[in-house]
Design a protein around this ligand. Sequence first.
Ligand SMILES: Cc1cc2nc3c(=O)[nH]c(=O)nc-3n(C[C@H](O)[C@H](O)[C@H](O)COP(=O)(O)OP(=O)(O)OC[C@H]3O[C@@H](n4cnc5c(N)ncnc54)[C@H](O)[C@@H]3O)c2cc1C
Length: 349
Amino acid sequence: MKIRQNYNLSKLNTFGINVNALFFVEINNETDLIELFTLPEFKNNKKIFLGGGSNVLFTKNFDGLVVWNKLKGIEILEAEKDFVFIRAMGGEIWHNLVMFAVNHGYWGIENLSLIPGTVGAAPMQNIGAYGAELRNVLENVEAYEIATGVKRVFSKEECELGYRDSVFKNKLKNKYFISAITLKLNKIGEKNISYKMLKEYLEKNKIEINNPKDISDAVVFIRQSKLPDPKIMGNAGSFFKNVFVSARNASQSEVGGEKGKLEELLEKYPDMPYFKEDGTTKIPAGWLIEQCGWKGRRIGNVGAHEKQALVLVNYGGATGEELMELANKIMTSVREKFGLELVPEVNIV
Ligand SMILES: Cc1cc2nc3c(=O)[nH]c(=O)nc-3n(C[C@H](O)[C@H](O)[C@H](O)COP(=O)(O)OP(=O)(O)OC[C@H]3O[C@@H](n4cnc5c(N)ncnc54)[C@H](O)[C@@H]3O)c2cc1C
């Protein structure tokens, strides 16, 4: 295991930000990991674990140790009549795990096809797309405590998965390294085509769903036509989370009851999209940003993408600070126009 110094990270973050790490190390197996905890470079510096770098924005050089997770392996642990348990190491590419599942005909993660990044980062923000989330299938998470090097298994409940959120982004932020996860997938067909855009695409193209691969193929097609490819234009997918708002309590009558922020906004913007889920109400951040005139707008090397305002892009040569300045300007516009606070989904380092 080799510790490198002043290591360039521009190819290890999908924004393509040109920064260096003071120290850098690659972890290829659990023996490396155990050794890592004993190294002075680890003990005496701040550190960050990196997978695919598809959900981070480096605003400056990192003056500590970057640990690059390359732990590989996917295994079927146990198969029951209807279910199968699959364990994947944290450094596996998430989409490869999806392909493993769909090629075996296992249902549950096909809607999450083509999300960039690694398996180990997936629980961090409970990755989600096209009507599915990791929490629907997660069984447990194996993680090493950074302070002690002791391994612990977190049950799904202990991971406290929420909308783009988990205990690892809150109470246990920077406290654990996720080494592996286990998923419980379905052997019996349970297609999830509730997501409007997916449903419309399948209907329009008369695609019949016979196996999880059919859904995966559709999701891959839609994603490729909608989102900028980070290899061509630096980005980290959605920069902000959708925004939670208060809404009139369902138990209150339609006309009575206290108005929430939702009703207040709908009076002013009757066409405003919103969606209700698990007792919460969210407004798409992309719509809010677009209404403030940011869609397709470019400032220097950075901008909000022309097809999806929620995706901030590096047109080439941008610094993390430039992207942060743009993000702050967008947050200010949304605050001033709607009185709502945008929260970054991307981890700012
Ligand atoms: C084009 C594009 C589309 C995207 N679409 C979606 C989408 O549809 N849905 C969605 O949810 N996300 C989406 N994302 C965001 C991103 O793909 C996910 O958040 C992904 O899980 C990040 O994985 P990563 O390995 O790249 O994480 P990184 O960016 O390397 O890390 C993200 C954070 O997790 C921490 N971390 C990483 N690995 C570990 C570990 N093993 N242990 C502890 N901490 C760790 C890092 O320190 C960092 O804080 C998209 C990104 C892009 C570029």
